[in-house]
Design a protein around this ligand. Sequence first.
Ligand SMILES: Nc1ncnc2c1ncn2[C@@H]1O[C@H](COP(=O)(O)OP(=O)(O)OP(=O)(O)O)[C@@H](O)[C@H]1O
Ligand SMILES: [Mg+2]
Length: 264
Amino acid sequence: MIRVRQLTKQYGDNPVLRGIDLDIGAGQFVVVLGQSGAGKSTLLRCMNRLARADGGELQVAGIDAMRARDERALRRQVAMIFQHHNVVPRLSVLKNVLTGRLGAVSTLASSLQLFRRADVDLARQCLARVELEHKAAARTDALSGGQMQRVGIARALAQQPRVILADEPVASLDPKTARLVMQYLRDASRELGITVLCNLHQVDFAREFGDRIVGLAHGRLVYDGDAGGLDDAALQRIYPTTEEGASNRLAVPATLHYANGLGG
Ligand SMILES: Nc1ncnc2c1ncn2[C@@H]1O[C@H](COP(=O)(O)OP(=O)(O)OP(=O)(O)O)[C@@H](O)[C@H]1O
Ligand SMILES: [Mg+2]
């Protein structure tokens, strides 16, 4: 479903992705870990062309994400969920979910906000998946943060994507609400066979929800495996210590030693 080869991306003279190789099968739930600035968001943004990669290859849902001329086609297949549930506060919950269908309806219909019965039914089914069907008519700004993020998930599902990219979807929620939101996302992915790539800062959630965990450090892949392999050594590669007093062995290898063995 996703094939990445030697992907590179630089902002000015700052190399952000330094040769990423990754293959993700259909329906996998992959959690991406890495400290701030590691390149997690950039990797996700390259996948739906919010950012342009500089080099390498990138296939997402059968589309060449680096060269495809039709960005709309790519974004129909690839839905995105952000940290700040980018819902429209004034709109009803149902209308917010229906905006997930806009890529699939004609420009005229979408400018008039005309939705087919089938789209409305689909939107309601997606709300039912996150157990918010009873809120369909409510104004979205009357919901809690966790509920808004569930609306964000429902909207992504309404798009009927093959891939969902979730960039820290639970970063602004309390732990209990965050777990609930992760459960909705994981269950929907399993039941619908949607491939998910989810950036997280919570290692415990990565262990709990990731079929597979990918660790990035300084733009390179430094871990790729399951929760069982995420031991202290792996965590030190993902979160290299750079403070004074830390041994060089931990500060340097993310870019030097581990790159070769792990395909980074
Ligand atoms: N639009 C941009 N212009 C210039 N530099 C950028 C841009 N986006 C990201 N960067 C830089 O690229 C590097 C990686 O950023 P990225 O947002 O991918 O990290 P991240 O792993 O998602 O971090 P965080 O956990 O804080 O979200 C950082 O050094 C950042 O400053
Ligand atoms: Mg980020």
